[in-house]
Write a protein of this length. Structure first.
Ligand code: ATP
Ligand code: MG
Length: 424
């Protein structure tokens, strides 16, 4: 049997990791700018957690979880999302009762879906969760945080789609109206939707089957069934977004794929990634904390798929970082190797953020072409003559018109730092 990775489980190769680190770094800085604190939870949890949090009649729980019995016969699942674990951890450690928390997380999630571009079985999410705040200003804050993240990544042309699912009461009223509508069109629904019409009719609005999507386009709107309080909250969110200059479009079809949502729900979408066009999605989940056994606490959050963010950055032709060396030190003769090793360490002392590589093996010509191919900015060459003078040659790969420069080793770090800066 040939050993290879599992379908839908990807390696992130060295040529890609700089972009990943960049996205993670920008995310960390953006979360910090809103004073959100990181939480890290296990990848494996009791299956019961996700069943209770996400809901039994959802795609995720019905057919997408990686679940198995462990040696003690306990049913476990790889986490398909981060919110349930955050709430579980918050309850377990007493972080939620009568408190406010602003949290973020990043890491792999697992769903047994059909792999395709932008959809994998192990994928990575960045997520934010805010607990203990019921008013619309926190909805506005978490959405503004997502907007800032997307902007800082350089992404353009994204649409913020907004909806409200109202409170449980509003939804119960709406459920009635929706069920009556679906009853009238039952023959045209796909099989999953036929079943869900009875068990969880809102899920039908979220169907990915085109024929069903066409039908629910004419379904009654939840916004019409909302109470005054629900409406006031939703209007507060829209007002707050508008105050911050964040444009949105109302989309009554957004119900989200997880059952714990109430009130505000939203998605950031693009038309540039085909069917996988949602790069960030979230909403309020005021019922979840109590549903998992805690004292009721309002909450709202979102999650964004890192793979989709990167796909979109590429689709939009953004300038992506790489991890190519800044400087490659090339010994032209065997006796230059040891002194160059010392020079390399001196440069690392003097320029802690520069990427300094020592070239090992091969004739000078081969070393230089290897360095050029690696994307290095400069080569520093030591040959016999230079060595005797306590010097090296600095060669720029980016600026071929600039003549090679002979530099004293003592002044090399200062020189290189200046040129690295200058030539950006
Ligand atoms: P979709 O409608 O695309 O299946 P979802 O509603 O299931 O998404 P959420 O559970 O809200 O997604 O997850 C939040 C984000 O995580 C999505 O908007 C997307 O960017 C990303 N995501 C979800 N599932 C996957 C996956 N299988 N592969 C890659 N990214 C994913
Ligand atoms: Mg999904």
């Amino acid at each position: 049997m040939k050993l290879q990775s599992l379908r839908g489980f990807n390696d992130v190769l060295p040529s890609e990791t700089a972009v990943w680190q960049h996205v993670e770094q920008v995310a960390r800085e953006t979360f910090a700018a809103y004073a959100y604190q990181e939480i890290r939870t296990p990848l494996l949890e009791q299956t019961a957690l996700f069943k209770r949090a996400i809901g039994e009649v959802t795609d995720v729980v019905e057919k997408e979880m990686f679940s198995f019995d462990d040696r003690e016969g306990m049913n476990l699942s790889l986490r398909p999302e981060g919110t349930a674990s955050c709430v579980r951890a918050g309850l377990e450690h007493g972080l939620l009762h009568n408190q406010q928390q602003r949290l973020w997380y990043a890491g792999p999630m697992f769903r047994h879906e059909r792999p395709q571009a932008g959809r994998y079985r192990q994928f990575h999410q960045l997520g934010a969760e805010a607990f203990g705040m019921a008013g619309p200003e926190i909805d506005v804050e978490v959405i503004a945080l997502s907007a800032r993240l997307l902007k800082r990544l350089g992404l353009r042309d994204l649409t913020l789609e907004l909806n409200s699912l109202g409170s449980g009461d509003s939804r119960a009223r709406y459920r009635q109206a929706l069920t009556e509508f679906l009853d009238r069109h039952v023959d045209a629904l796909d099989d999953d939707s036929k079943r869900r019409r009875l068990s969880n009719p809102l899920r039908v609005l979220d169907s990915k089957v085109p024929q069903t999507q066409a039908i629910v386009r004419d379904a009654p709107s939840l916004l019409d069934a909302m109470s005054r309080d629900d409406r006031a909250h939703f209007e507060g969110v829209q007002q707050g977004l508008s105050d911050l200059g964040i444009a949105c479009v109302l989309n009554p079809r957004i119900v989200r794929g997880l059952d714990y949502y109430s009130h505000t729900v939203f998605e950031w979408t693009t038309t540039e990634l085909g069917a996988q066009g949602t790069v960030c999605a979230g909403g309020r989940y005021d019922g979840l904390v109590a549903q998992l056994g805690g004292q009721a606490s309002p909450a709202i959050g979102w999650a964004s798929g890192i793979e989709r963010l990167i796909l979109l950055m590429k689709a939009q032709g953004l300038n992506l970082p790489d991890a190519a060396p800044d400087v490659v030190l090339c010994p032209a003769d065997a006796d230059s190797a040891r002194p160059l090793h010392q020079v390399a360490e001196q440069l690392r002392d003097a320029m802690p953020n520069a990427r300094i590589q020592l070239s090992v093996g091969g004739k000078l010509k081969a070393q230089l072409s290897r360095a050029a191919r690696s994307g290095a900015r400069f080569a520093v060459v030591m040959d016999e003559a230079a060595r005797h003078d306590g010097k090296v040659h600095v060669k720029s790969f980016a600026q071929t018109e600039v003549a090679d420069e002979s530099v004293a080793i003592d002044g090399l770090a200062v020189k290189l730092a200046a040129r690295l800066n200058l030539e950006g």
